[in-house]
Design a protein. Structure first.
Length: 227
């Protein structure tokens, strides 16, 4: 009997350069957005790490618990066009996200990536932008708003349609006020309003703002609903 042996594939790049290797990022800050959702700002390690882009996601490790995919919700401060901080907004739903949710400033989190396709925000130059997001689905789209606002004159109208189950589930509520002042048309609706809520509620109101332009680029993301 003959056997065929194949040579082991040559390693063409050092393991440290691949997305397979988790790096240690430090939690620089932790902001509670809602009762079950936080935004963690992570500082990259001193060693060279791959750059992330809006729309991509990382595999975040809570050491000793597990690893989950979480989108980039911001790219922090930037020097020479290269962000050295990652922001992730995550909702505590299970073991791993609960552990990440509880990570205090100064603690270490594992980061692998980037994975996924990035939003090509620059391709919307000269056009209106419409962003439709529900629940935690706004997290990966936040970088679209921030990128467009950083170069506001390149784009036409920026319309952000946001939905959440209740007013208490709305993310980035203070930031959305700032975005409004900077010229973003923010329309917020909730499924179940409470007595203090003066915005829209229910699906019918969600379609009340129509961008109306034919030169529009739209991004749309909603959270998966499990309840
Ligand atoms: C590409 C990608 C990007 C993602 N980006 C984000 C992000 O930016 N922020 C974020 O919070 N999540 C994000 N998620 C979802 C996140 O990965 C899951 O919530 C996480 O894997 C749950 O792991 P766990 O171990 O904490 O919970 P598990 O033990 O896996 O799940 C616990 C329970 O929660 C339910 N559950 C899982 N996910 C959700 C959810 N999102 N909402 C409600 N119930 C849920 C499950 O059905 C299960 O019953 C992303 C997922 C993918 C695939």
């Amino acid at each position: 009997m003959t056997s065929r042996r194949t040579a082991a594939p040559a390693l063409t790049e050092p393991a440290a350069e691949t997305a397979a290797v988790p790096r240690f990022y430090r939690v620089a800050s932790r902001r509670e957005d809602t009762a079950d959702t936080v935004t963690l700002e992570l500082t990259e390690p001193a060693q060279a790490v791959p750059a992330f882009a809006p729309g991509q996601f990382a595999m975040l490790t809570a050491f000793g618990v597990g690893e989950v995919p979480i989108s980039v919700s911001g790219l922090g401060d930037s020097a020479g066009g290269r962000a050295h901080r990652l922001e992730h907004t995550l909702r505590a739903v299970g073991a791993v996200t609960r552990a990440l949710h509880a990570a205090p400033p100064g603690s270490l989190i594992g980061v692998r990536g980037p994975f996924g396709t990035s939003w090509d925000v620059a391709s919307a130059a000269g056009r209106d932008i419409v962003i439709v997001a529900g629940g935690i689905g706004l997290a990966p789209l936040r970088p679209v708003v921030l990128t467009a606002l950083a170069d506001r004159s390149r784009y036409g109208r920026i319309v952000l349609l946001v939905g959440a189950r209740t007013p208490g589930d709305l993310l980035y509520i203070d930031e959305m006020e700032r975005w409004r002042r900077d010229g973003v048309e923010v329309v917020i609706t909730v499924d179940r309003a409470d007595s203090g809520w003066s915005g829209g509620s229910g699906w019918s109101r969600r379609s009340s703002s129509r961008p109306g332009s034919c030169r529009t680029t739209a991004w749309h993301l909603s959270a998966a609903r499990t309840s």
